[in-house]
Design a protein around this ligand. Structure first.
Ligand code: ADP
Length: 303
């Protein structure tokens, strides 16, 4: 199976006629509450595609803890990898979406940043028994570093989704097998503006030189660009669908890609599965709830 070490956030969302200006209060539409956070979304995507997932995350000992436990039960994540912080609150994302689908989000990371020394042993125990480690940048960097260290010691491949982007120790990329930035993240990491295919190659080469063995830049509806060294990369076109909510598309891509790698597929086959699952996910509203299962994915690929 895989270990997904990452964030759990409760998404608190309301639709609004427009995004509130400073000092303004807007009467919005119905309120929605549900599981989210990049770690949870990616773990859910992988699990629904048949992958055995240890989702390791940390929440507060508050009323949202129960919601996390419910997600663990419904997605079959082993409960022993749910860490509880005595002090910190469960992470929350406060989301406002306007009529055009534009959003404003504040994430209060809470317990996601509260990894202690004793949690490092739990990370070691989980990662050491896995065949792939999947990480993002939405939790304590100390926790991510520890996980990468263990993966390296046990020769376990690492998939890093550098999102949401923040500055980090780039020497870690030497231990990253698969790196999956989206366009903005690739631009932040390389300083290269991504417009045409030659820009994708140039940026992917820079990231490859930094140490990642395979670079996949996700390109929204355009699909993804795969580079694994050499003269050229490969543009894998996206699947054409009617998009209703693209939030969580990148998370779905990462979870589905990881599940395919674990099932023994090649990198480009896995990227194709990532594109297909993510395309399906944008046809539904929500992040974790919009992740497709194997039956839905197979039906989609057979059409
Ligand atoms: P993020 O959600 O992190 O911004 P992207 O926008 O690059 O990431 O989307 C990730 C993946 O989701 C893409 O590589 C593509 O496979 C798929 N995807 C995103 N938007 C669409 C869309 N409108 N139509 C089809 N596939 C999409």
């Amino acid at each position: 199976g895989i270990t997904v070490l990452g964030s759990y956030n409760v998404d608190l969302m309301s639709r609004s006629p427009h995004l509130p200006a400073p000092g303004e209060t807007v009467l919005g539409g119905p309120f929605q509450l549900g599981p989210g956070g990049k770690g949870c979304n990616q773990a859910t995507a992988a699990a629904r595609l048949g992958c055995a997932v240890r989702f390791m995350t940390k929440v507060g000992n508050d009323s949202f803890r129960e919601l996390a436990e419910k997600t663990f039960r419904s997605e079959n994540f082993p409960i022993e990898y749910l860490l509880i912080s005595d002090k910190g609150q469960t992470g929350c994302a406060l989301i406002v979406v306007d009529q055009e689908g534009e959003n404003s989000i504040v994430v209060a990371p809470g317990a996601n940043m509260d990894y202690l020394q004793e949690d490092m042993d739990a990370i070691e125990a989980s990662v050491a028994g896995s065949s792939l480690l999947l990480l993002q940048l939405e939790i304590s960097m100390e926790a991510n570093k520890k996980a990468i260290e263990v993966a390296q010691a046990y020769d376990i491949p690492v998939l890093l989704n550098p999102a949401p982007y923040r500055d980090f120790d780039k020497s870690l990329l030497k231990h990253v097998t698969y790196l999956t930035p989206n366009e903005t993240e690739a631009e932040s990491m390389t300083g290269i503006n991504l417009r045409i295919e030659s820009d994708f190659l140039e940026a992917a080469k820079v990231l490859y030189e930094m140490g990642a063995s395979h670079v996949m830049i996700t390109l929204g509806k355009k699909g993804c660009y795969l580079y694994s060294g050499g003269q050229a990369g490969e543009l894998l076109p996206g699947f054409q669908v009617k998009a209703v909510d693209t939030a969580g598309a990148g998370d779905c891509f990462n979870g589905a890609f990881a599940a395919a790698i674990l099932a023994g597929k090649s990198v480009s086959e896995a990227a194709l599965q990532g594109n297909a699952a993510a395309a399906l996910s944008v046809t539904k509203v929500g992040t974790a709830p919009s992740m497709p299962n194997s039956t839905e994915l197979q039906a989609f690929l057979e059409v």
